[in-house]
Design a protein around this ligand. Sequence first.
Ligand SMILES: Nc1ncnc2c1ncn2[C@@H]1O[C@H](COP(=O)(O)OP(=O)(O)O)[C@@H](O)[C@H]1O
Ligand code: SF4
Ligand SMILES: [Mg+2]
Length: 349
Amino acid sequence: MTSIVLNAKKEVGAVQLAEPILDIRNLNVGFARNRLIAIDALDLTVRRGEIVALVGESGSGKSMTALTAMRLLPVGAGIISGEVRVHGRDLLALPPSAMNAVRGREIAMLYQQPKIMLDPTATIGRQIAEPLQIHRGLSLKDAWPHVIEALRDVGIPEPERRAMSYAHQLSGGMAQRVMIAAALSASPDILIADEPTTALDVTVQAQILKLLVRKRDEASLAVLLITHDLMVVSAIADRVAVMYAGRIVEEGETRAVLRSPRHPYTQALLRSSLLAAEEDGRLYAIPGSASAARGLSCGCRYHPRCQAARSLGIEERCRSQEPSLSTASASPGHQSRCWGVQVTAGGMQ
Ligand SMILES: Nc1ncnc2c1ncn2[C@@H]1O[C@H](COP(=O)(O)OP(=O)(O)O)[C@@H](O)[C@H]1O
Ligand code: SF4
Ligand SMILES: [Mg+2]
């Protein structure tokens, strides 16, 4: 069951020159009621034609990042500061009506449970037509050929017949293909996919991932792929950003981060993933929980769970000072947020 080996990444360095499509800058998001900081000084860029994976344990802030970018935050959550730029324009500064015009047209989202997101009362054809009617001003009749083509494009057999189906008549894999067709029907430049294959079996998962790769390569789609699954990251992501307690703790080209993880949290995630289990047959469980690290006002958020801090004898520094992102290896853009990496690389300052 661990057989997702698409390995369909772009040549290393190929996407570095492409223009940024989604550019999140110093984003801070929290819940006033319990003073929880869900996203903490987040910087993240996705360029045209690249798949960037955002990974981390449950509760690390991945979905909140996606929902902030879509301006669909849950009740009680608020944006404290920061920018979410798409093509250089800050979406957080737009009035709600302008944001409605951006959703679906410039930025679109896929969810983990496609069947819940599909409207049970409308045919899937109508749901794929809707973005074309809103953003392109097409009538339903004029949109229909595009609907059929979009269904065919995502591999739905008998698209004319399927366009008249309802959500409950679709398998999970087919529903996710329909969601992709709907999300991409108005040709957005960036797709945010939040655990899009987690609810699917491995064979269907591989088909959906292959479809995302094809869209990246054929349509230069930028994809922010949110997942906790490093097998998926290894199969298709060009770059990866590792999130812990609302912060990015390591980022870089996928190969560099997965082959030479420098942050102790990334190393623990890898040890606990099926990628490592294939070698030793066992799954490692990371001691402690992510929520235990919350509420720290200073210092490294991973500190309460970090064994490296103890073995390097730098606990006091880790507890009291927040490390910044710094160069982690010779691979372009590979950075980690760890005193230990800085100590072993250049001696303690
Ligand atoms: N509706 C909500 N109300 C209160 N807290 C929330 C809500 N949604 C998310 N959170 C909190 O925000 C943090 C980030 O959650 P989330 O982005 O959903 O994590 P992930 O997607 O990485 O699993 C967690 O601590 C979570 O408990
Ligand atoms: S900064 Fe310290 S506590 Fe944080 S991950 Fe690095 S060694 Fe561990
Ligand atoms: Mg989530």
